[in-house]
Design a protein around this ligand. Structure first.
Ligand code: HEC
Length: 408
């Protein structure tokens, strides 16, 4: 409908546009954060929770437990896209862990754990945790991270990104090769700089390739370092809580990071529109972009089934919420696409639920029009009648804030 909105930033050249952000979100740095990490830090401050320091991973396992982040979400990234870059390499990759609201980056032997939490008002807020054992460890907000985490790549709001880089032997990246990845990116362009464990048939990708020799071999033979289910020959996996870098977890993060950015952009545009005038109209482009993305319009289709190696998929599906028939938007497909029902679970996220009421209402109106077939735009043509019905039924069964006309 509205073509001008950059819901698909293509190439990740470093053309950041932070001036716009500073002007628009002057309150970001001075507003106290809410969100899961701010809540945990308050508990630490008041002594209600204690983080346990362990020899092997410092505070990591205790943090994962307190924040309810599954270790099975572990992803290993060798590219040096981090303040801890001096110690990151293909032999000592950075490990990422995530749930819907919090992302953690951990590097064995690094002084700091990096954290990012979705905040319904502010977008994503960044923190560090010092790995030195002390009586009262604290999660310290660190706005310096915005240097990279606000740019045109994150739609000019504080956000997350997943990138794919051609990576050198030491983990340095070829900056010009950088692509932003989300669920629309062809598999052949994804996963540069990442280890990937899982099976994916004959589909090619750029994971598990470090250094020009490996990249050149892969160019001749795309089965080179493909369908890897064990990383022992690449690195000492015993130094991480999990042995792998799960393919399904990685595809989920790729979907989620961009969804979070689109919802933050929408939140922000809606608050501005409603604050300066009475009309939501200036936020429509952001709303339509978020809607298309949450409905997986233009998702890259799988040519053969994929599978991960950890328990991530099972734990993710178990979270629900489920309708009476046991269906949930978290069910994976993994045969022709990522999820069974093409409507994102991010519709349950606090960022979505905290949208100004007129924006949520308009979103639900548009969504119902699309599911009912009232919007004939060709971009929604790929939603089958069965999918439309299932999505509507699941939402009616699991979402309490739907307008009454959904329930007919
Ligand atoms: C030099 C640029 C840069 C700086 C500075 C930076 N980051 Fe990042 N960060 C990135 C990039 C790029 C990624 C995406 C990883 C990838 O796919 O290569 C990332 C990923 C992450 C992730 C994993 C989730 C995700 O988006 O994939 C976390 C958590 C994170 N950063 C936290 C932080 C924190 C906390 C700070 C500040 C202490 C910080 N970052 C500073 C560039 C940076």
């Amino acid at each position: 409908m509205v073509a001008c909105f950059p819901d698909q930033p293509a190439v990740a050249a470093d053309n950041s546009d932070r001036a716009g952000f500073d002007e628009e979100m002057r309150g970001y740095k001075t507003t106290a954060a809410s969100g899961a990490i701010a809540a945990l830090d308050r508990q630490l401050e008041h002594g209600e929770v204690k983080l346990v320091h362990e020899k092997a991973h410092g505070y990591l396992l205790s943090l994962l437990r307190e924040l309810k982040i599954p270790a099975a979400s572990q992803l290993l990234v060798a590219s040096k896209t981090s303040p801890n870059k001096a110690v990151i390499s293909p032999k000592n990759p950075r490990a990422l862990y995530f749930n819907d609201q919090v992302n953690i980056a951990y590097v064995p032997s690094a002084d700091l754990i990096e954290l990012a939490a979705a905040d319904p008002e502010l977008g994503v807020v960044f923190y560090t945790l010092d790995q030195k054992p002390v009586e009262k460890p604290r999660l310290v907000r660190d706005d310096r991270c915005l240097e990279c985490h606000v740019s045109s790549k994150t739609l000019n709001i504080p956000g997350l990104m997943v990138r794919s880089f051609l990576t050198k032997d030491d983990g340095d990246v070829d900056v010009l090769s950088g692509l932003l990845v989300n669920h629309r990116t062809p598999l052949a362009e994804r996963w540069g700089g990442y280890y990937v464990t899982g099976t994916h048939g004959r589909q090619a990708h750029r994971g598990n390739l470090f250094g020009p020799e490996a990249i050149a071999r892969h160019e001749k033979d795309t089965s080179f370092n493909a369908n890897i289910t064990d990383l022992k020959t690449f690195l000492d996996v015993a130094r991480y809580p999990e042995p792998g870098s799960d393919l399904v977890a990685l595809m989920t993060l790729e979907h989620q990071a961009h969804a979070q950015n689109l919802l933050t952009r929408l939140h922000h545009d809606a608050v501005n529109a409603l604050g300066t005038g009475e009309s939501l109209r200036p936020a429509y482009p952001a709303l339509e972009a978020a809607l298309r993305y949450l409905l997986f319009v233009d998702e890259y289709g799988l040519a053969s089934p994929v599978r991960g190696t950890s328990d991530f998929a099972r734990q993710f599906e178990q979270q629900g919420p489920k309708d009476k028939q046991g269906r949930t938007l978290r069910q994976f497909d993994l045969k022709t696409r990522l999820f069974k029902f093409p409507c994102s679970y991010m519709i349950y996220s606090p960022t979505f639920e905290a949208l100004p009421a007129p924006a949520r209402k308009h979103f639900y109106r548009r969504l119902l029009d699309i599911l009912d077939g009232e919007d004939p735009s060709p971009e929604f043509a790929s939603l089958t009648p069965e999918s439309r019905r299932a999505i509507r039924e699941i939402l009616v069964g699991t979402k309490l804030d739907l307008p009454a006309d959904w329930r007919l």
